[in-house]
Design a binder for this molecule. Structure first.
Ligand code: CP
Length: 303
């Protein structure tokens, strides 16, 4: 079993991991040796704070071991992805990879003889969505019937949220004036529309009125954020997206909680005031990456 897009997981499997992650958070000592003698290889083609830290700490706290592999310093740069993966999966018990291309992630999963976890590619961020759902359940007490409004660029995080929410009964309204072409997955939209839980609108003010949770993400993907060649596109996108910033004015008629998967860009997709406000559950959400990393590892390595 792998975790690549979240599309391949059933609602029951997603909810099982969420509930186990809550239990792991509550009673960490019960799981101290659960992955004794197990090794996780973590391959990164892109930068990361939360994904790297949560999986590495998760393995340590479960009694196992994690190896950080910077793609650029490995022979994945020279050899075939499939050949390198076939070797790697003979020496470790699980692979977590953050790669540029979803197609490479699929190639890793196909070649591996151990479970593979997608640590975020251009289309999907399933580990983030599981942590987000755990946070909603923890804060609101349920998933079914909760109304989440995602305001931002339609990207990998948005895709995985749509899958996770519609599989667990969360109503998701997407306010996405810009769509990342590289992230598009029509299958996700078609499946979500069939559930009756997914809506789109460009009227952010109206959408947040009865929201339980308002969620946003960066307008620029991490691999382009500091890229000089992307400067003009960054400016164009900022101008388009600024009216959709999550700020006090937008949220003045709602008690909705606010989520962001981080890293954040204060003054762009979210105001600093909202980040520091009582309604922000952003740091609880990021903390929960650790417990859900443990939940995901236990699901994949103990079944
Ligand atoms: N949200 C998230 O995946 O954070 P990192 O990019 O820091 O891993």
């Amino acid at each position: 079993m792998h975790l690549i897009t979240l599309k391949e997981w059933s609602p029951a499997e997603i909810e099982e991991v969420i509930d186990n992650s809550v239990e792991i958070k509550r009673s960490p000592n019960q799981f101290k040796t659960a992955l004794e003698e197990k090794s996780l290889a973590m391959i990164f083609q892109k930068t990361s704070t939360r994904t790297r830290v949560s999986f590495e700490v998760a393995m340590t706290q479960l009694g196992g071991h994690a190896l950080y592999l910077d793609w650029r310093t490995t022979n994945f740069t020279l050899g075939d992805v499939k050949d390198e993966t076939r070797y790697l999966s003979r020496n470790v018990d699980c692979i977590m990879a953050r790669l540029m291309r979803s197609s490479d992630l699929s190639a890793v999963a196909a070649a591996s003889q151990v479970p593979v976890i997608n640590g975020c590619d251009e289309k999907y961020h399933p580990c983030q969505a599981i942590a987000d759902l755990m946070t909603i359940k923890e804060q609101i007490g349920k998933l079914k019937g909760v109304k989440l409004v995602y305001i931002g660029v339609h990207n990998n995080v948005c895709n995985s949220l749509i899958v996770g929410c519609t599989k667990t009964g969360v109503k998701l309204t997407a306010v996405t004036p810009f769509k990342n072409e590289q992230s598009l997955d029509e299958e996700i939209i078609e499946a979500a529309e069939k559930t009756g839980l997914y809506k789109t609108t460009l009227d952010a003010k109206n959408a947040v009125k009865d929201a339980d949770v308002v969620y946003t993400d960066t307008w620029i993907d991490m691999e382009f954020f500091l890229e000089p060649k992307f400067k003009e596109e960054k400016e164009r996108r900022t101008e388009l997206m600024l009216p959709y910033q999550i700020n006090e004015e937008l949220l003045k008629h709602t008690d909705a909680l606010v989520m962001h998967d981080m890293p954040m860009h204060r003054g762009y997709e979210i105001s600093g005031e909202i980040v520091e406000s009582q309604r922000s559950i952003i740091y609880e959400q990021s903390e929960n990456r650790l417990y859900t990393a443990k939940g995901i590892l236990l699901k994949l390595l103990r079944t």
